[in-house]
Ligand binder design. Structure first.
Ligand code: IDP
Ligand code: MG
Length: 143
């Protein structure tokens, strides 16, 4: 079973200065950072990343949002990573997210919802490869 997932601290949360708080919650929840960068997505890249949603009514707004400023993709490792990370971030709509979750604490709305999380092991592998070359994933630490 895959033990990795892709997190993204989205442009609203970067803009609201929550990078540190969110990474802190991720690390305290037992995830290990395998790779991390700050990047401003092009229209083309955002469209490709969210291709799965291209027929949804919110697709164009989502692409506009994700290209509105820098974001911070993070490859994470943990046993049961996909499910545990989605539990940590809470429901897509922060109004429905459980107390203490990242979205409850830091999201503005269902669209500007602070973070991304992969929804399956298969998509996690694809999404990590979208942002990171294999050699960028740090192995064997801490020593
Ligand atoms: P997820 O991020 O919780 O997996 P998805 O359904 O995969 O949620 O949607 C992808 C992203 O699209 C959401 O994180 C959010 O930014 C945006 N989004 C989802 N549903 C809506 C909506 O009903 N209105 C506006 N934006 C939405
Ligand atoms: Mg999703």
């Amino acid at each position: 079973m895959n033990n990795k997932t892709l997190a993204i601290i989205k442009p609203d949360a970067v803009n609201d200065n929550y990078i540190g708080e969110i990474i802190s919650l991720i690390c305290k929840a037992g995830f290990k950072i395998k790779a991390l960068k700050m990047i401003k997505l092009s229209q083309e890249a955002a469209k490709a990343f969210y291709e799965i949603h291209k027929n949804k009514p919110f697709y164009n707004d989502l692409v506009e949002y994700m290209t509105s400023g820098p974001c911070v993709p993070i490859a994470l490792e943990k046993e049961n990573a996909v499910e545990d990370y989605r539990k940590l971030i809470g429901a897509t709509d922060p109004a429905k997210a459980a107390e203490g979750t990242v979205r409850k604490l830091y999201a503005r709305s269902v669209q500007y919802n602070a973070v991304h999380g992969s929804d399956s092991d298969e998509n996690a592998a694809k999404e990590i490869a979208f942002f990171f070359a294999n050699k960028e994933l740090i192995e064997n630490y801490p020593a």
